[in-house]
Design a protein around this ligand. Structure first.
Ligand SMILES: Cc1cc2nc3c(=O)[nH]c(=O)nc-3n(C[C@H](O)[C@H](O)[C@H](O)COP(=O)(O)OP(=O)(O)OC[C@H]3O[C@@H](n4cnc5c(N)ncnc54)[C@H](O)[C@@H]3O)c2cc1C
Length: 476
């Protein structure tokens, strides 16, 4: 960014962002957009590519893309300002709305209350309708929107989700809800909170949010952000340790090829998911202690497994042009018809998003065994696709997301992002602090970037003292 100039001493404040996924790139974006003072920004990324789990891959036998990671973006603009939607718009990226109403249980499609009544009788219909009313009154669209903030009310209170589901007094209605939400949760109902469980149920209602994707691949969002950054991006640079150097600066140890290097920074922001964060060593005792507590609070791993197949012709059109259906296989699985929104598609692309315990258990199967297993789960309208497979790809995402973002009790937003009071210029950014989504990691990035910018603008000390006071008050 051209406005970044050296200060009078000739040295720019040095900011390191560790992680070149959405969290790191969004943080860099907001820092560069918002700062009025000169900063020197470096992004460390362990692999050869930016984008993290937003990963649009290509098949080998045809130049056709599929989503290996995040497939949906969530649009909250019907409820309030949606920073992700605004960013996508600002970057000039096209979008297409996606939806899916059918839940396949025992081979039958259930798309509405009448279908559920046909399959499960009056009690299934009644029990589901009551669960739906209870869920909506426990969490309004405005509650949902605020759920990651310090203004969140009781709707995000702790307590496991399972008892709420057990309140559905009909097995068929319960199964229907389980199948509807399991792959979004990426965990089992007993492993997450009522608040997070309800969010994953209510997200199916357009009054709460709407779903969209970027035609040609969601990774274009990450490329568009990265392409506009002035930051020094270091690829294949895995940070291994963080500590305090002899001069009091924050010190990063990192691997770059065969070399082990050390570099000092004024501010360090770790934009890493929990599995990567746990591999970083903290050489300063106070920082190590604070990070141990941070990890203990937020470490609730959840799992995904993705199988994508390329077909030699388009997928049969689903009712309502649905872009996905839910299957009762593997505890509840989302099957994306990725080619659904492209009327000119010459080939079909199907993607299974398997979550939770099933994803862990199945991750040990060979790719061939996995592909054969998922093809057996095709619902009747898509069963014909089985004989049309040209190529298949598998991506294992064990421990890659959070089953309980924010932990059992949410900490104040400032404290979530600055785990050690003794290290006022050390921050973390992550979706695991909000809701395991791109919207959440953008909120997190925006919060930290705003804090860092304000601190550098006001000079060392002042901003931090105000923040410390606010955090202490919130904790009392
Ligand atoms: C299968 C799957 C489906 C998903 N679907 C959706 C969806 O539909 N919608 C949605 O909103 N979200 C979805 N998510 C979640 C979404 O992908 C995450 O919210 C988002 O990727 C989090 O961004 P992040 O930067 O925190 O982590 P990551 O995306 O994991 O990026 C972290 C980056 O840090 C790098 N790194 C790791 N260790 C180091 C180190 N020591 N030094 C330097 N760099 C390091 C990694 O290589 C990576 O590039 C999905 C996730 C998965 C796995």
């Amino acid at each position: 960014m051209s406005a970044w100039l050296a200060d009078s001493s000739g040295k720019l404040p040095r900011v390191a962002i560790v992680g070149g996924g959405p969290g790191g790139l969004f943080t860099a974006w907001h820092l560069e957009q918002r700062t009025a003072v000169p900063l020197s920004l470096t992004i460390f990324e362990a692999t050869a590519r930016l984008g993290g789990k937003v990963c649009t891959a290509s098949f080998a036998s045809a130049d056709i893309q599929y989503e290996a990671g995040a497939a949906e973006l969530y649009d909250y603009s019907p409820v309030d300002v949606d920073p992700l939607r605004e960013l996508v718009q600002q970057l000039g990226l096209p979008t297409v709305a996606i939806g899916g109403s059918a839940v396949f249980v025992a081979g039958r499609s259930i798309a509405n209350l009448d279908d559920l009544g046909d399959v499960g009788g009056a009690s299934a219909r009644r029990e589901f309708a009551n669960f739906d009313i209870r869920s909506r009154s426990a969490m309004t669209p405005a509650d949902f929107y605020e759920s990651g903030s310090d203004h969140a009310g009781d709707a995000v209170a702790a307590g496991r989700f399972e008892p709420a589901l057990d309140g559905i007094g009909c097995g068929k209605a319960r199964r229907y809800v389980d199948v509807m939400i399991h792959s979004d949760l990426a965990t089992e109902a007993g492993e997450t909170s009522c608040g997070y469980g309800l969010q994953n149920y209510l997200m199916n209602d357009p009054a709460y949010m709407q779903l969209y994707r970027i035609p040609g691949g969601n990774e274009q969002l990450m490329q568009a952000v990265a392409g506009r950054l002035a930051a020094d991006v270091r690829l294949n640079a895995a940070v291994t340790a963080v500590g305090t150097g002899p001069n009091g600066a924050l010190q990063l140890q990192f691997r770059s090829g065969e070399r082990h290097l050390v570099e000092d920074f004024d501010t360090v922001i770790l934009a890493l998911p929990m599995d990567a964060l746990k591999r970083v060593r903290f050489t300063d005792t106070a920082l190590a202690d604070a990070m141990r507590q941070h990890v203990e609070h937020h470490d609730h791993p959840a799992h995904y497994l993705r199988v994508s197949v390329l077909l030699d012709r388009p997928v049969p059109v689903l009712p309502g042009d649905d872009a996905y259906v839910m299957l009762d296989a593997f505890g509840g699985t989302c099957l994306y018809v990725e080619s659904a929104c492209d009327p000119c598609a010459t080939n079909g692309v199907l993607g299974w998003l398997i979550g939770g315990t099933a994803a862990v258990e199945m991750a040990s199967l060979t790719d061939d065994a996995l592909v054969a297993t998922v093809l057996d789960s095709l619902p009747p309208p898509l069963a014909i696709c089985r004989d049309r497979v040209m190529e298949a790809r598998v991506h294992r995402w064990t421990n890659a997301v959070s089953a309980l973002p924010g932990g059992w009790s949410r900490l104040p937003v400032d404290r979530r992002h600055r785990p050690s009071r003794a290290h006022s210029r050390f921050f973390v950014v992550g979706d695991y602090l909000y809701d395991s989504t791109l919207n959440g990691v953008l909120d997190s990035a925006e919060h930290v970037a705003g804090w860092v910018v304000a601190e550098h603008a006001s000079g060392p000390g002042t901003m931090l003292m105000d923040r410390d006071r606010a955090t202490m008050e919130a904790l009392q």
